[in-house]
Design a protein around this ligand. Structure first.
Ligand code: ATP
Length: 635
C-alpha cells in the first residue's frame, strides 16, 4: 500500500481521507467512492458510494462534512417515499450490514411510532399523525431528545427509525423523514489502532477475520531498529573512550571547580527530571490537564483528528479517559505574545458561563511542554459551514432556525458585553452548532477585558476581514459596538447565505456589508435573500427577514454611536421573532445577565424597562434616504 495517497480529491466534493478511497484504488480504503475522476465538464457524473464490498453502488454522495462523515442521497428510498409513502414507512430504514472493520451510523435518526388504526387518543404536544390504510404513524415534529414519555405513551405501538436531514420542526412527514442524510463511519477498535497507531491498513482474511496490513511500516521499523542498534553501539564505544580519557586526566591533573559547577547547572534545567508535574492541579479554578493525557486523547495529535485551524493554532478532536468529547486547541508557538493570549482566553472563559458560549474544561499550565486549551466539543460544525461551506445544502437551514441562531448569538454577545468583555472576532466561523442547532459562540482568543471607567480600549486591530468595524480599522479604538458591526454582517449572512467576503463578486460587492447596504438602498433586498427561505411565498418569513435586514442595516452604520447596543439588538430580534411588540416582560434573565460576574452597573430592572430600539426611518423595502443614516458602504 505504498502507493496509497493520504487523501484524494473527488471533484467538487472536496478532499476525502481513509477509510474512503477511490473505486480505482480499492485496496487503499474500506469504502469506495465511484467516478471521482470524472470532472471534465459541468454535467459530470454524480459520485456514488459503495458501502459494502461487492455491494450496491447506489447512494449518491453530496459532500463530505467531517473527515469521517459523508452526506448522501438514497435515490431509491426517495422514489419509494414519494410513490408509496405508507409502504416505505412500514419498516425501518436500513443500511447495508456493518463490516467487522467499521460501523456506519445515520447522524440524524428520527423515531416514528407505528400504531394500529383508530387508537382514539389525545396525542402529546408537538406530535403529528400521518394516516395509512392499516396503521397510523405518529411523530414528534420537534424531535425532542427526551423520548421516555413518548415511549410510554405509545407503548402499544412499534418504534421505527428513519433518517432525517436535520432536526427541523415540520408538519410534513416527507420533509421530516428524508432520503438525504449524513452517514458517520466509525472504525472498529482494532482497525482504529491499526490505521492510527501502527500506520497499517485494515484487512479481512479469507474467513473475514481482521488483520492489520502493516507490512511497510514493519519494514520501516526494522530499518529503524537496525539504525538505532548501530547508533547505540557506536555511542557505547565512544562513551567508553571518553570515560577512560576522563579517568586518566583526573589521575594526572588538579580538580576543575568551574567544570563541576557547569555540570550541576545543566542538571538543574533538565526538563526530563520533572516529566508531568501539572496533572490534577487547578489554575484560576479550572482543572489543569497533563500534556500526556491530551496527547493520548487526541491520538498523539493525529492529523485524522484535526477539526480545523485558525490564526492561533490547530484544533483537534479528542476523547478524555472519563469519556468526555473535547476540542483541544494547540497553539502554534510557545512565545510570549501567545502565552499572553492563552492566559487571557483562559481567564476570561473561566469567568463566563452562558448556555450559548462554548465551555472551557481546562488547559495545560503556562510552564507545560505545550499550551493547550480543552473545550467542550460542539459536534455540528460552524454556522459558516452550514451557510456556505461543506455542510451547506439547499433548504436545510430554514428561516426559523436562522432566527434562533441570531437570537442565541446576540444573547451570548449581550452577556459578554454586560460582563465588560468584547468578543473582537464575531463571525459565522466562530458560531458553533450543537446537533439541535443551538448556538455555542467560540474563540475568545482576541477578547480583552476592559475596565468600567473607559469607553474604549486602544489596541492593534485584530479580527477578520469582512467583519471589521470601519471605525476600529481607522482609529484602532475598540468598543462593544465593533462586535455589533460584525454581528450586522452575521445577520446579512443568515439572510443571504453568502460569505462575508467573496473575491468572485464585483469589486464593489466583495464585502457582504457593502453589497447588503447597496441592495437595501436600492430597495432590492429580495435579490439578496437566499431563495430557499420562502421570502416570496411566506408572508411571515418575509416580515421577519425585512425586519432583520433593517436591524442589520442599523448595526452596519459607519458611525458607531448610531449603532444599537447588543442588548437592544437582542430585544429587537426577540420582538421580531414573536411578532409581539411588547416583549420586554419576556426577556429571560439568563439571556443577558452575567450570573457569575454581575457588573456593579448592571440594573436589570432598568434594562427590562428600556424602550425598544426605534425602528429605522424607513422600511428597508423602501428607498433609503442615504443622508440620514448611511452605513459603511466601503470595506
Ligand atoms: N469547541 C469546538 N468543538 C468543535 N469544533 C471546534 C471547536 N472549536 C473549534 N472547532 C473547529 O476548529 C476550527 C478552527 O477553530 P479556531 O477557533 O482555531 O479558528 P477559526 O475560528 O476558524 O479562525 P480564527 O483564528 O480566525 O478565529 C473551527 O472552524 C471549528 O471547525
Amino acid at each position: 500500500h505504498r502507493a496509497c495517497p493520504h487523501s484524494f480529491t473527488c471533484g467538487r466534493l472536496g478532499t476525502f481521507e481513509y477509510p474512503f478511497t477511490k473505486a480505482e484504488q480499492p485496496d487503499c480504503g474500506l469504502i469506495l467512492i465511484h467516478d471521482c475522476d470524472d470532472n471534465h465538464n459541468s454535467s459530470s457524473l454524480p459520485k456514488k458510494i459503495q458501502l459494502e464490498n461487492n455491494g450496491r453502488i447506489g447512494l449518491e454522495v453530496n459532500g463530505i462534512t467531517q473527515q469521517n462523515s459523508v452526506s448522501i442521497f438514497d435515490e431509491d428510498f426517495h422514489k419509494r417515499l414519494q410513490e408509496d409513502t405508507c409502504g416505505s414507512l412500514n419498516h425501518n430504514y436500513s443500511l447495508p450490514s456493518s463490516s467487522p472493520l467499521f460501523s456506519i451510523h445515520i447522524k440524524f435518526n428520527v423515531s416514528l411510532f407505528r400504531c394500529k388504526r383508530g387508537l382514539n387518543m389525545k396525542i402529546p404536544q408537538h406530535y403529528y399523525r400521518y394516516s395509512c390504510h392499516d396503521f397510523d404513524i405518529y411523530y414528534d415534529g420537534l424531535d425532542s431528545p427526551n423520548k421516555t414519555e413518548a415511549h410510554s405513551f405509545f407503548s402499544s405501538c412499534s418504534v421505527l427509525q428513519f433518517p432525517s436531514k436535520d432536526r427541523t420542526d415540520t408538519t410534513d412527514i416527507l420533509s421530516f423523514v428524508s432520503a438525504e442524510m449524513i452517514l458517520q463511519v466509525v472504525l472498529s477498535d482494532d482497525c482504529d489502532n491499526c490505521y492510527n497507531h501502527r500506520g497499517g491498513l485494515c484487512r479481512l482474511d479469507k474467513n473475514r477475520k481482521f488483520y492489520c496490513d502493516a507490512s511497510e511500516s514493519k519494514r520501516k521499523s526494522t530499518i529503524l531498529k537496525l539504525l538505532l542498534g548501530l547508533v547505540a553501539g557506536i555511542s557505547v564505544i565512544l562513551s567508553a573512550i571518553v570515560i577512560i580519557g576522563c579517568l586518566l586526566r583526573r589521575k594526572h591533573a588538579p580538580s576543575d571547580p568551574h567544570y563541576q559547577s557547569r555540570n550541576t547547572d545543566n542538571n538543574a534545567i533538565d526538563p526530563s527530571s520533572n516529566p508531568d508535574p501539572e496533572s490534577g492541579r487547578v489554575y484560576f479554578g479550572i482543572p489543569l490537564f497533563s500534556y500526556k493525557e491530551l496527547e493520548k486523547a487526541t491520538y498523539n495529535f493525529h492529523h485524522a483528528r484535526k477539526l480545523g485551524s485558525g490564526g492561533f493554532g490547530t484544533v483537534y478532536y479528542g476523547k478524555l479517559q472519563d469519556g468526555r468529547e473535547v476540542a483541544v486547541k494547540r497553539l502554534f508557538e510557545h512565545n510570549y505574545r501567545r502565552v499572553e493570549q492563552f492566559m487571557n482566553e483562559v481567564e476570561i472563559l473561566t469567568r463566563m458561563h452562558h448556555r450559548n458560549l462554548v465551555s472551557l474544561y481546562g488547559c495545560t499550565s503556562r510552564h507545560s511542554h505545550e499550551l493547550l486549551l480543552v473545550y467542550e466539543y460542539v459536534p455540528n460544525g460552524t454556522v459558516a459551514c452550514h451557510l456556505h461551506g461543506d455542510l451547506a445544502r439547499r433548504g436545510t437551514l430554514p428561516w426559523y432556525i436562522r432566527m434562533k441562531i441570531a437570537i442565541e448569538t446576540a444573547s451570548a454577545l449581550a452577556y459578554l458585553h454586560a460582563s465588560d468583555t468584547i468578543h473582537r472576532d464575531v463571525k459565522t466561523k466562530n458560531i458553533l452548532l450543537t446537533n439541535h442547532f443551538s448556538v455555542k459562540v467560540a474563540d475568545f482568543g482576541l477578547s480583552r477585558l476592559f475596565p468600567h471607567d473607559v469607553t474604549h480600549v486602544s489596541t492593534a486591530p485584530q479580527g477578520t476581514l469582512g467583519y471589521l468595524d470601519p471605525e476600529y480599522h481607522q482609529c484602532y479604538q475598540l468598543t462593544s459596538k465593533s462586535d455589533v458591526y460584525s454581528f450586522g454582517v452575521v445577520l446579512m449572512e443568515l439572510i443571504s447565505s453568502m460569505p462575508a467576503i467573496d473575491m468572485r463578486r464585483h469589486k464593489d460587492e466583495i464585502n457582504l456589508s457593502s453589497l447588503a447596504v447597496k441592495k437595501i438602498q436600492e430597495s432590492a433586498l429580495g435579490e439578496l435573500v437566499d431563495d430557499s427561505l420562502g421570502f416570496d411565498s411566506d408572508d411571515e418569513v418575509k416580515r421577519m427577514i425585512v425586519s432583520v435586514a433593517e436591524l442589520a442595516f442599523q448595526c452596519l452604520q459607519r458611525e458607531r454611536e448610531l449603532r444599537p447596543s447588543m442588548d437592544e439588538v437582542l430585544k429587537v430580534l426577540m420582538r421580531i421573532e414573536s411578532g409581539n411588540v411588547d416583549m420586554a416582560e419576556h426577556v429571560e434573565e439568563e439571556d443577558v445577565r452575567p450570573p457569575s460576574l454581575p457588573s456593579p452597573d448592571w440594573d436589570e430592572l432598568a434594562f427590562l424597562k428600556q424602550t425598544m430600539l426605534p425602528t429605522s426611518p424607513k422600511n428597508v423595502t423602501d428607498k433609503w434616504d442615504s443622508k440620514s443614516t448611511t452605513p459603511s458602504v466601503s470595506s
